[in-house]
Write a protein that binds this ligand. Sequence first.
Ligand code: MN
Length: 299
Amino acid sequence: MTVPTENPTIEIYPSRETTVGNISVKRALPKRQRRNIGAWCFADHFGPHQVKGTSSIEVGPHPHIGLHTVTWLLEGEIIHRDSLGSEQLIRKGELNLMSAGYGVAHSEEPSGRKIDSIHGIQLWVAQPEATRSNGPVFEHHSALEQKEFDNAIATVLVGTFAGSTSRARTDTAIVGVQFDLAVGSSAVEFNPAFEYGVIVLQGKVSLGESLLSPGFLAYLGEGREELEFTAHNPSILLLIGGEPFNEPTLMWWNFVARTREEVTEAYSQWQSRSIRFGTVDSRLTRIDAPTPHWLNKNQ
Ligand code: MN
């Protein structure tokens, strides 16, 4: 049981700028010092990027194991295609959730329609031992529960927040909520058994003494009963949290596994086009896996 503390932690981590497919991202998770927040293990904030005509994100077919991908847009459109045969347009306010389990492949592509900009976040959630060997599943949720606060509208992507529960699948106790903030302060209730993190997607928000803007993750720890935040201009933040996830994961490339042997097997099977990952009906080029460093004799 978690005992609420009087001064719960707040740790600020700068995101790392990197590139995925054709687009630059701010990688908020994982950090060397902070691998997970609940079972959330990866977070790439992309944009807002101005785009020309119908261009958008282009990430060719690639595999996943042992994780859920959670895709959420603030602007623009993407088409998701996967080896289950799914083809799904995703827009602002909609959620794509893909549970990889034993193995799946997918691509992210332009919709073919004209957009002005692309802005969003993709997160991964580690699957627990109980479900990580199951078959893959894809879900799309176009209507999400919302809750109004004094200066905020909360949209519940996954889990339960302030009495509202998302229909999206969860394999562990997690929560993901977007807050659209008007200028001013808001206080929201937390579950003291959860650890939490905040990623500002737009604007400027104070959490206690800390001023947060896009490009930073605030880790809030466990034991909080509530959080107060103050938006200095209209802002959007993403709250992620969950019960601490204590399974010892090995995250390598697009795989969340437990051992090098598992990763090596998944790597070999993707490279040899094994039926494990199926095929994605995509015009984009399939993405090869890098060689795991433990297989590379030159290192
Ligand atoms: Mn992916």
